[in-house]
Ligand binder design. Structure first.
Ligand SMILES: C[S@@+](CC[C@H](N)C(=O)[O-])C[C@H]1O[C@@H](n2cnc3c(N)ncnc32)[C@H](O)[C@@H]1O
Length: 274
């Protein structure tokens, strides 16, 4: 498989302390939001029997959930990283057969035919790209007329919040933002999504928040989805002090012991029509 060397602020092999740990975190992150997330996709036209494309599908955890819930859907999954194409293929090719086509390629130039898909999903990818408008333009090109495209991203200034408040978390997210921005990403893209979708050629654009609350999904769900792999790497790369990381770990342990604690995290979803 060929290595595609396009600039992006997400590389599974370097973003965290190990790729295995990062793949586990991606899995937990899909589980964390799924109870709220799926209904947003259905509201935007995801249904059984259609033809869907997923861009930046990673190890395929979202892909897998959709294939399980909608037994007649066909999905083309486009992923740039050869390691993740392999991981997704090993897990999904056999169980889903010809309902799933995994393609190694870039969202910037998929090579897929124009006007092909009823529904497109791009989850946690635009925030890592230097030119997100061009990516949306390419997704719009491969959509059928009347099809809808959904984009989900973070905004790290409105990310994870806790009660009691953990002040040192702002240092972690500040460090993460500097690190991603240095690699060409935009970690506060969430608030900009509707404008980016319009500039990329979509109309009837909507905006919503996908959320996970500890009182609804349980506090344990947050442990795996936040993980320590990325934070450890930020310390190693000089973006975060080990003192701040130690303080966060201590505060998190205290939070868990507090019966009335609450944890809230959100992602931002914008959708539009071709
Ligand atoms: C944070 S991960 C999200 C993976 C998956 N969408 C999910 O929600 O679990 C970002 C993904 O986008 C992929 N990616 C980054 N730039 C890309 C590009 N130009 N084209 C296709 N995929 C890309 C990465 O390799 C990675 O799999």
């Amino acid at each position: 498989m060929t290595e595609v060397t396009e600039r992006r602020s997400y590389q599974v092999s370097t973003i965290a302390s190990s790729p295995e740990r990062e793949i586990e975190r991606l899995s937990a992150q899909v589980d964390l939001f799924w109870p709220d997330e799926f209904r947003h996709y259905v509201d935007n036209g995801l249904r059984d029997g259609i033809s869907m494309v997923e861009l930046g599908s990673g190890p395929g955890f979202t892909t897998e959930k959709i294939l399980d819930l909608l037994p007649e859907i066909r999905i083309t999954a486009v992923e740039i990283d050869p390691l993740l194409v392999e991981v997704a293929g090993d897990r999904l090719s056999r169980p889903y057969g010809d309902r799933l086509d995994i393609v190694q390629g870039s969202i910037m130039d998929t090579g897929l035919p124009s006007g092909t898909y009823d529904f497109a999903l791009t989850r946690l990818v635009l925030e890592h790209l230097p030119d997100p408008v061009a990516a949306v333009r390419e997704v719009t090109r491969i959509l059928k007329r009347g099809g809808r495209a959904v984009f989900v991203d973070n905004d790290f200034e409105m990310h994870l919040m806790t009660s009691p408040h953990i002040p040192a978390l702002s240092q972690l997210y500040g460090a993460y933002c500097r690190s991603r921005a240095d690699e060409g990403g935009n970690p506060t893209i969430g608030r900009e999504l509707p404008g980016i979708l319009r500039s990329g050629g979509l109309s009837a654009v909507t905006f919503s928040v996908v959320s996970a609350h500890s009182d609804i999904v349980g506090s344990k769900s947050f442990l795996g989805s936040e993980g320590v792999g990325i934070a450890t790497k930020l310390v190693r790369d000089g973006y975060l002090s080990s003192k701040a990381l130690g303080e966060i770990a201590r505060s998190w342990r205290d939070l868990m012991k507090n019966d009335k604690h609450a944890i809230l995290r959100q992602m931002y979803l914008s959708a539009g029509e071709k």
